[in-house]
Ligand binder design. Sequence first.
Ligand code: BTN
Length: 266
Amino acid sequence: MNEDVWERALKALNLGPRFYYDRVGSTNDVAQNKIAEGVPYLTLIVADEQYQGRGRRGRSWFTPQGAGLAFSVIFYPRPGGIRAENLNRANGLGALSVAQALRDNFSLPAEIKWPNDVLIQGQKVCGVLAESHWDGSMLRDLILGVGINVHPHAVLEKETLNFPATSLAKASGKEWERPLVLAKVLETMLDWVPKISSNSFLSAWENLLAFRCRAVQLIKEGKVVAEGNIAGLAEDGSLVLEKGSGNKEAFQVGEIHLRPVDRSIK
Ligand code: BTN
């Protein structure tokens, strides 16, 4: 990667050290190795290509050379920042940062498919993999891995079988500069981190939820575990569904995922 171009785009941000790679298995794995070496808070790992990118629920994530953004940010628990108590909110941090950055800076109608996928016009453009590591009950670190489809060749044909996918280029019909997109996403993320426990964080995440007031199913290990209309988010970032009976129930971020009822996708 041409480090100078990326460094120029990120120079105004209050990040830790930045590491750029042409090709790695997974930036989250590189981040874990870097943590073992003792890198500081907000260290950033960026890769031009990932050959073993990982998604949620054991899925893989495809990042061919130069096609998208694949990066990981390293957090350690901090008062006034991410802590064990608000870790569920950290799940929304990646998606909120991407969706808001796309809306505010590039006028794209990005929404969040709870907990942390970003959609444009119902098609997935970004996925987030939050991985935390613990010493017993003490949170040791959080790695927030973000993948964004920027150019059309970031989208695999067969990905459309799981959930329809798109790229920023396809959704907007415009050319995109990856360093600029990364800078805007990180700027938005750094702005939210100290406010992660606030009501405004929760409202911002909630306001961008896709399928709001629409019927959805929650799926765990291939089985429908709940069905109802999206009512909003609970304090801890759980999804609140209003069931047919009118009762509300909250579902925690975990191995669960969501699908709109009126779409025949997995
Ligand atoms: C998902 O949609 O299931 C989450 C995809 C997360 C992909 C990103 S790309 C950067 C980071 N490194 C990985 O191996 N995965 C995440």
